[in-house]
Design a binder for this molecule. Sequence first.
Ligand code: MN
Length: 220
Amino acid sequence: MAERPKLAIVEDNPDNRMLLEVLLGRDYELSVYDSGEAALAGIRTDPPALVVLDISLPRVDGTEVLRRLRADDQLRAIPVVALTAHAMPGDRDTFLTMGFDDYVSKPIVDVDILARAIRRLVGGVTELADKRAAVRRRYIERLADKARDLRALRHRLENADVLAELRKRAHNLRGSGASYGFEAITEAAGRVEVAAADELAEAVDRLIEIIEETAATHAV
Ligand code: MN
């Protein structure tokens, strides 16, 4: 088997990371980073053939990571594919103008779009669609734990740290639900993220209910 092209994956949402790792891990050699800082350090030490770069990252976001890569003589030629949840008409042109080599919007409903973007830039084989069922099963297996964690946090909402943790989890669920085909989880998590204080408990209960329903309906 020919040497696999090396990809750097930069994504802060653990469930979306899992999705990318499963989809791409057989055909490419992956270095996976959960922050812009970690990615910049890792890419400098071990430059990949291509970077798949989430735009929305805490602190150093994707556009800043791109800027620093392009400012570095050793790294500026590495192709970078933007991954973004903020899909809007015209986004594609905006990201290409910023210097990204391609653009894939999240949730990644059609995995062939990602496969084509990567294949066009670095080659390699990619039949991602057949791996989707397996990774979806892994996500479903994690749902019971997610509901249990939310329930534990739900009873201590008056604590600021608990509240921050809960909003972070809701943010991640909003980002991952639809990636795995569960639009209802994304919607309910989005409502928790924006809920006013007096609506929060109810929104969390609804999210827990939807997660448990999803887990029960799709149990393997
Ligand atoms: Mn993100």
